[in-house]
Design a binder for this molecule. Structure first.
Ligand code: MN
Length: 229
């Protein structure tokens, strides 16, 4: 008999191409990792240090699911991102060894309450309420790294069939090995960790009824709709 005082919640998980589910341990995110996106916020890419933040593991949303418009925002944004799935533990990982820790890759959306993020930035407060809310991390199926690592390729997002973001993974300021290396100096990475690697320019608002499609060359396309609150 378990001595837990109520039933243990189900482990959040992401589908794996070809079968199986990837159990999610933590969700790390990187801010400001594409020069064009930094410029659209009126900042200088040369002077922007890496920003890390987190979402709760149970914020993951399955591909195809409907996402309720979140509370306490009037400026709910999409951000298409390459998601790196970690399959092997490590800390202070050297960039040259970093890819050995990758289980696979997926397309994800770093959903954001932009108005709350702006207010937090203005007041020097943390981003948690802007980034780490319920249903804020849709992720498509993970493709195993055994089928190849990703450093280039188109990354795009459309809303109701209209392209809003269109860039290339090669435009990242910090590539996947360097992100893993830097993050692993701050935290011990564990199997089950997901890393959202930042979004290119073109972010914008969503409303109830919107149909989102986002993709990365070679990976499953992520499709979600926005439902009323
Ligand atoms: Mn982001």
């Amino acid at each position: 008999m378990s001595d837990f005082v109520f039933p243990v919640p189900a482990t959040p998980a992401v589908a794996v191409e070809g079968g199986g589910r990837f159990p999610v341990h933590r969700i790390y995110c990187v801010g400001l990792n594409y020069a064009d996106h930094i410029r659209e916020f009126g900042r200088d890419p040369q002077r922007s240090p890496l920003v890390f933040f987190m979402k709760p593991a149970d914020a993951v949303v399955a591909n195809g699911a409907s996402i309720p418009y979140p509370p306490r925002t009037g400026n709910f944004h999409y951000e298409i991102e390459l998601v790196v799935a970690i399959g092997r533990a490590g800390r202070e990982i050297a960039p040259a060894q970093a890819l050995e820790h990758v289980f696979g890759y997926a397309a994800g959306n770093d959903l954001t309450r932009r108005d709350l993020q702006r207010a937090a930035k203005d007041r020097g407060e943390p981003w948690d309420v802007a980034k780490g809310f319920d249903h804020s991390a849709p992720v498509a199926a993970i493709r195993a790294a055994a089928r190849g690592h990703l450093s280039r390729g188109r990354i795009w997002l459309s809303v109701n069939g209209e392209t809003r973001q269109d860039s290339d993974l090669g435009q990242m300021l910090n590539d996947v090995p360097h992100l893993i290396a830097e993050l692993s100096t701050l935290y011990t990475l564990e199997p089950g960790d997901l890393i959202f690697t930042g979004t290119p320019s073109g972010v914008g608002p969503l409303k109830a009824g919107d149909r989102l499609e986002g993709g990365i060359e070679g990976l499953e396309v992520l499709r979600n709709t926005i439902a009323a609150a």
